[in-house]
Design a protein around this ligand. Structure first.
Ligand code: KG4
Ligand code: ZN
Length: 357
């Protein structure tokens, strides 16, 4: 069957068609199209998403984006992001999807945006194995989630203030590096010294799996105030040190959760998972989990050292970059794995800007 997926929760108008299972009978799920109309140029001058302009741009783009994604295909199911997100943005995608489902008499399914990010890890094989630990890092959310089965998702902790992506965006503004902040900071950081500044690694001494990034933002702000006029070199060093601090915090919490919940797979998702340093350093940390299995030969180490055992492998997963940031293919992938009992009709679908996982 063909699934038409629609995503408009923030500043990308996106549509995708997923074939499930593909014609020819293989057991896979295939992404046939993945169209994304980015609003970066519209929001750039404001240094962040301007909600009113975002809704207008969604309204202008939704029909051409869906038409391009469908490319003549008649879908069997409509999947749409129902939240969380900016309400004016969500409503464009949701109302379009409802109208389409009504007019064409199609079943429809509402998908949580974070669940979509999680399923971006099903775009490529091998797929994550359960139990799987997910670090969701985007502009609107940062949290750790344990997935024990397709419909069994347990949030372990989340940010108590800013999301990691939001911190990237704010620091980028502060340094005058532009919007969106993630790619701008990571580019500047390439030529900076990640050890130049020692910013605080908040919450890493706590046993829970919550995050906090607002203190880091203040620390960077105070440092820049102290320095006065910033040279290009200063900016690069601050960007690199800030990025390394965020990466350290994210790895610290993820690896600690891994030791407690002993997953078969560790997965990254969300816009910040496009970050090269995070991808590479997290992969190394997961690999050294495997290496630590050797310690089990030493009986004097604590029980945590006994996992993972030599015959166990913890796999590391991260979506292709184009599926790290917002897209509709991830929404279609999530829908492809949902039970048919969740299919409904248009009148039962509503946008909810504060939807929880
Ligand atoms: O998942 P996403 O597209 O939208 C939300 O659901 O929020 O994430 C967007 C966030 C932005 O804050 C952006 O700065 C960040 O992801 N981001 C990055 C990178 N690319 C995008 N952060 C760090 N490094 C990147 N390369
Ligand atoms: Zn997102």
């Amino acid at each position: 069957m063909y699934i038409l997926a629609i995503e408009s929760s923030c500043d990308e108008t996106a549509a995708s068609v997923i074939e499930n299972p593909p014609a020819g009978g293989e057991n896979g799920i295939r992404i046939l199209s993945n169209v994304i109309a980015s609003q970066i140029d519209i929001h750039k001058e404001f240094g962040g998403v301007f909600p009113e302009k975002a809704s207008r741009a969604h309204a202008e783009k939704i029909i051409p984006v869906v038409e391009e994604a469908l490319n003549g295909i008649d879908p069997d199911l409509v999947a749409v992001t129902v939240g969380p997100g900016l309400i004016g943005s969500l409503l464009v995608g949701v109302n379009f999807a409802k109208t389409y489902a009504f007019a064409r008499n199609k079943p429809i399914i509402g998908i949580n945006h974070w669940l979509g990010h999680i399923y971006s890890n099903w775009a490529e094989e091998p797929h994550p194995q359960f139990p799987a630990l997910f670090l969701i890092v985007s502009g609107g959310h940062t949290g750790l989630v344990l997935m024990e089965d397709y419909d069994k998702i347990k949030p372990l902790g989340e940010t108590l203030d800013d999301a990691a992506g939001e911190a990237f965006d704010k620091i980028s503004n502060l340094l005058g590096l532009g919007y969106p902040g993630g790619p701008a900071i990571s580019k500047a950081a390439e030529e900076g010294d990640p050890k130049a500044f020692n910013f605080p690694r908040a919450m890493t001494d706590r046993k829970d799996y919550n995050f906090s990034f607002s203190g880091l933002k203040t620390a960077v702000l105070n440092e820049t105030k102290k320095m006065g006029e910033l040279s290009e070199k200063n900016k690069k060093d601050i960007a690199a040190s800030f990025q390394q601090t965020v990466v350290d915090i994210l790895i610290n919490k993820t690896i600690r959760a891994a030791y407690e919940y002993q997953p078969k797979s560790i997965c990254l998702c969300g816009g910040v998972s496009a970050n090269k340093e995070l991808r590479e350093q997290m992969q190394k940390a997961v690999m050294s989990l495997r290496a630590s299995a050797k310690q089990s030969l030493n009986p004097s180490i604590d029980r945590h050292g006994l996992w993972p055992h030599d015959d166990e492998k913890v796999s590391f997963h991260v979506p292709p970059i184009v599926l790290s940031t917002d897209n509709a293919a991830m929404v279609g992938l999530a829908a492809a794995y949902m039970d048919k009992s969740k299919y409904t009709t248009f009148e039962n679908i509503n946008a909810d800007s504060n939807l929880k996982l």
